[in-house]
Design a protein around this ligand. Structure first.
Ligand code: NCD
Length: 339
């Protein structure tokens, strides 16, 4: 993959060497994400950040990533604030917005919507999540985090044992991550979910076709015992026909410190794409884990910035100019990012 001028719609676009390349560029972004250096390589460029579904970290970190490269961000955050609510087609919206932007990031509840939009767009489009289908940039930052966490334990991604837990049927972050991990060797997937919320067969088939192991189960405690990574997820209530339907699954699979201490190996890393549902009836990832050093959820969110900076730098072909165009920041800055 060349990256330059390309859409990022699915993790299926990436080979293992593309990922290595992306991660090398992401590492170069650390001084910028860490507010030690500034660069203006994207001065004058405009990002169209179109989020037609709720989002905090994906939207803001895409915007920050662009700003940290020196560009400006224009944002639409609700369908009702856009002409899609007046019946405008993706085609027309894409033709219009691509006249105003250099890259567009889009999130929408409909599967395939971002690809349809990209076909009509005159500038590259990045999928910020299309319904229950895919969320490629989340999977890339998750994989980057997994690699980093395993490295600190002197392990590799090859041979990883990962337990994915929760609403695996609707979780687009899970779908993209499972596909991406199949590029590595000998991954053991433990898929823990209520029976009706299992990982769709097409993903399981892909895992198995590439020679990896996948065990499906409903019981949390036996599934997490040998995991290197626990990847917890939220019940995707917005994908159910009613709140009552979603309520049936809330709180069925929960991880807290006492379960972790009793059933996990001491270094098991805990991840979650976030948001975690912290309402009493849900709490899939208890706040009593906040001080657990193996809780990697905020390392994931920090990593989102460098991964998204790297994607933009590669798509717009400025990755090689960044070092030469950088200078130290002028303001007091406190290092915040481990990299
Ligand atoms: C995820 C999403 O929107 O798919 N969040 C995110 O982008 N980090 C997961 C979720 O909403 O549960």
């Amino acid at each position: 993959m060349n990256f330059v001028g390309e859409n990022i719609l699915s993790v299926s676009q990436f080979s293992r060497s593309d990922i290595d390349h992306l991660f090398l560029v992401a590492e170069k972004m650390i001084p910028f994400a860490n507010r030690e250096k500034v660069t203006r390589v994207l001065e004058g460029a405009i990002l169209g950040n179109m989020f037609f579904e709720p989002s905090t970290r994906t939207r803001v970190s895409f915007g920050c990533a662009w700003n940290l490269l020196g560009g400006e961000v224009r944002e639409t955050t609700e369908i009702k604030a856009s002409s899609l609510s007046k019946g405008e087609s993706f085609y027309d919206t894409a033709r219009v917005l691509s006249g105003y932007s250099d890259v567009i990031v889009m999130r929408h509840e409909q599967e395939g919507s971002v690809s349809e939009f990209a076909e009509a767009s005159r500038v590259p489009v990045v999928n910020g999540g299309d319904g229950a289908n895919e969320h490629p940039s989340q999977a890339l930052l998750d994989l980057y985090t997994i690699r980093q966490e395993m490295k600190s334990q002197r392990k590799q991604v090859d041979g990883l044992r990962i337990a994915l837990i929760g609403d695996l049927r609707h979780g687009r972050a899970v779908h993209s991550l499972c596909k991406l991990l199949t590029l590595y060797e000998n991954i053991h997937f433990t898929l823990i979910s209520p029976r009706d919320l299992g990982l769709p067969q097409k993903y399981i088939a892909e895992i198995k076709a590439r020679g990896h192991a996948a065990d499906e189960m409903e019981d949390l405690t036996s599934g997490i015992a040998n995991a290197d990574i626990i990847y917890m997820t939220r019940t995707q209530e917005e994908r159910f026909s009613s709140q009552e339907q979603a309520n049936r699954y809330r709180g069925l699979l929960r991880l807290n410190q006492s379960i972790y201490t009793e059933f996990c190996q001491p270094n098991t890393v805990i991840m979650h794409p976030l948001p975690r549902d912290s309402r009493g009836e849900a709490q899939e990832l208890d706040e009593d884990l906040n001080e657990n050093p193996n809780l990697a959820i905020f390392r994931q969110t920090d990593n989102g910035v460098v991964i998204r900076m790297a994607l933009f730098a590669l798509i717009l072909n400025v990755a090689d100019q960044i070092e030469a165009s950088s200078r130290d920041v002028n303001w007091y800055t406190q290092g915040r990012f481990d990299g």
